[in-house]
Design a protein around this ligand. Sequence first.
Ligand SMILES: [Fe+2]
Length: 447
Amino acid sequence: MTATTSSLVDARGVPVSNCQPQSLDDYETALLQFHSYFGDPTETLAQTLETDPEFVMAHIFIASALLTMTERQYLPLIREHVEQAEALADKANAREKMLTRAARQWMEGEWYQASLTWDQVLVDYPLDALALQLGHLTDFLRGDCFNLRDRVCRVMTSWDKSVPGYSYILGMQAFGFEECNQYDKAELVSTTALEMQARDPWAVHALAHVLEMQGRFDEGKTMYRERENDWAPDNGFAFHNWWHLALYHVEHEDFDGALKLYDEQILPGDSDFSMQMLDASALLWRLHLQGIDVAARWERIAELWARKTGTENGYYAFNDLHAVIAFVGAGRFDAAQEVLSAVEAAARANTGVTRMMAQDVGIPTCRAMIDFGQQRYQDVIDQLLPIRTLAHRFGGSHAQRDILTQTLIESALRGGNLKLAHNLISERKLHKPFTPLSQRFAARLAA
Ligand SMILES: [Fe+2]
């Protein structure tokens, strides 16, 4: 066995303690995998730990990366690595102790405290690419659009082209600009990132969001197809980029095209991955709202969510909403109600930010979807209208949460509340160019 070195630095000059020098190469590989979604950083570092079991950053990295998966099923493994990092505290440096604390805070439900701790790390170590990405993903999962942009901006003056991984940081910044509705900046920065590193699915995704929010669906389709080899094959984030491509098809009223992507790319087989399952549910719901028959697909996605009933429900309200959507789509109202009950229990028993998410957004949105499935359209409006503008609190992007507005418009149309429908469709007209889908809403209102 190679001797452990007490203090080294990574490729950006950030101090790393207590590891064998070659383990740092694995750390860099894992970081690149985490940035790019090509490969699995937790697998890479699990192998490293077999020969270098006291590599503190490997324990921290695995625990923290798994936390961002937002699934309760990973908590035992996360706990194991957090405890091992804590047991190595005497050999860890100040940064690693802070990173360990952040992982524990998140593990115990204090996502916001973890977010603050990662910021604290970045004050001292602005080139800590891991802390930055963990914070960035947490901002996304908490729906904190300003911090999605500003956390990256706070460290950006320390980065330039000479620092390894710079392009990926630009990709994060671009997504932050996009979620703050600064579309010109987002497009410029994501394009710059992609000129430096074409195989960056997160930067591609930031650009896709810009095109989505501006209704530029034809450009979006072209962009994705031209770059397909850079973001799609063997990529862990590809399902979500395929989902965005499917949204362009929906926006163009090409529902068959969207369903083809659903069948072939978004959910081609079984999945146990909530993030993939929620995109699948969300796409089916959008098609369902437009009257497209997706019954067989509802059965399948509902069955996948059913496998998580009793284990995942009540952990992250954003996931729970999409489980409810699938059950409602499949007509399984008892199962939907069971998820809602778990969200209500989380609103009573959880601590920290997940309690707020369940209480403020999870409960009303889950109730609204059940109401919609039972054709109680005024009840949908009563649930969604008061919380629509604060729904970002339970995470996701503007594009993902648009499902709430579309459900609201549809409820207003179906329930005969034409003044509200007019009001909401007017907002849509101003937010993005009048796409075929928006025209479809307006035509129905006129009819
Ligand atoms: Fe997205």
